[in-house]
Design a protein around this ligand. Structure first.
Ligand SMILES: Cc1ncc(COP(=O)(O)O)c(C=O)c1O
Length: 376
């Protein structure tokens, strides 16, 4: 497709130079896994998020699983989450033996509904995972208060929200643990898989470091059972250190693209545009993905494809409807908003390197969409 959802080939020359330099540093050092680059990244990323510690791991799903293992979640425990966030939390929960309990989302933000969370808490609830979906921070003031009142730990899934902030507090610094993915398409993306946990708790940080490497307390000495091999390698860490300094400017650019879509498409009554962030300057919206909504979603996708514009659906099948999870995902009540959204959402191109012409291509194609002419 001439206009893709994302284009990772377009690295500006200055960044390419820094990436080459980072890889060269690692080559020169001859140290490839868990070394000085990762230590440097962990320190710099913790400072960025605003936590005392960050622990680099192999990917975001491992970060979620490790966070649950740190809290000793297992069989008989319920973990409350949402069903519209791609199944990553549910997968991590199931791996620990605990039961995912999904609550409905807010119909506008598509993030966890605090009211639905509150009524889903039972004696068996062990933790809450809140996802900042599409880069939009969830209602953390309310959700943290509910978690605190119930004495429950809050885990934030920040895989789509690097750099987003409410007031001066970034995503990942609100809960007991923040989990991040650095999958290449993320707002901070590595050149392969990588992830991290962020926390203020020194004990949790220390245990996470053990669990990410076989449960070792020190070399060949097991301190914790059921450790994993979930290490971040030095090349990823070195590259992430370079790219970290661009996250805030990239997020501004992402938001500006969505602002343009919102402005130019506001007259199209068949489209619902993503709401702006709630904070001044929309700092709580990292604009990871641009999600439109329409009852005519499928016809609009065909129309975009005819104009050589890629689109996607994040995500088409809610977790409680995934056949493979087979009854293992519980719902706290009807997930009306979750299910409605799955029929209507549509992701259109939004990435920092998009040109004005490409933004215009998307706008013109959508302005030119004529519901009456649709054959779908
Ligand atoms: C919301 C969310 N959580 C978790 C993950 C899992 O991260 P990873 O692919 O690094 O395992 C992703 C992305 O892939 C994600 O979008």
């Amino acid at each position: 497709m001439p206009l893709p959802i994302n284009n990772l080939k377009r690295r500006p020359a200055a960044r390419r130079k820094r990436i080459h330099g980072a890889v060269e540093r690692v080559l020169e050092s001859g140290w490839y896994v868990l070394g000085p680059e990762l230590e440097g990244f962990e320190e710099e990323f913790a400072a960025f998020v605003g936590t005392k510690h960050a622990i680099g791991v192999a990917n975001g799903t491992d970060a979620l699983e490790l966070s649950l293992r740190l809290l000793e979640c297992g069989q008989g425990d319920e973990i409350i989450t949402v069903a519209n966030a791609g199944g990553y939390s549910v997968t991590a929960i199931l791996k620990t033996g605990a039961t995912p309990v999904c609550v409905d989302v807010d119909g506008e933000t598509l993030n966890m509904s605090p009211a639905e969370l509150e009524v889903a808490i039972t004696d068996r609830t062990k933790a809450i995972i809140v996802t900042h979906l599409y880069g939009r921070m969830a209602e953390l003031e309310k959700i943290s208060a509910i978690a605190d009142d119930a004495g429950l730990p809050l885990i934030e899934d920040c895989a789509q929200a690097h750099g987003a902030a409410k007031g001066r507090r970034r995503a990942g610094s609100w809960g007991l643990i923040g989990c991040f993915s650095f999958y290449p398409t993320k707002n901070l993306g590595a050149f392969g898989d990588a992830g991290a946990l962020a926390t203020d708790d020194a004990q949790l940080a220390e245990t996470a470091k053990q669990l990410r490497q076989y449960g070792w307390k020190r070399k060949y000495e097991t301190g914790k059972v059921l450790g994993m091999n979930s290490r971040m390698d030095e090349i990823q860490a070195a590259i992430l250190r370079e790219l970290l300094s661009f996250v805030d400017e990239d997020n501004l650019r992402r938001r500006a693209i969505i602002d343009t879509y919102r402005r130019e498409l506001s007259a199209k009554s068949e489209l619902i545009l993503p709401p702006p962030g709630a904070e001044p300057d929309q700092t709580d919206f990292a604009a990871h993905l641009c999600i439109l909504r329409s009852r005519e979603r499928d016809a609009i996708r065909s129309h975009l494809a005819a104009h050589q514009i890629a689109s996607d659906i994040h995500y088409p099948v809610p977790d409680h409807k995934q056949a493979a999870f087979n009854e293992r995902v519980r719902v706290a009540g009807p997930l009306r908003e979750t299910e409605r959204a799955a029929q209507e959402i549509l992701t259109v191109p939004c990435f920092p390197e998009m040109t004005a012409h490409e933004i215009d291509m998307v706008v013109s194609a959508l302005v030119g969409y004529d519901p009456g002419a649709s054959t779908n």
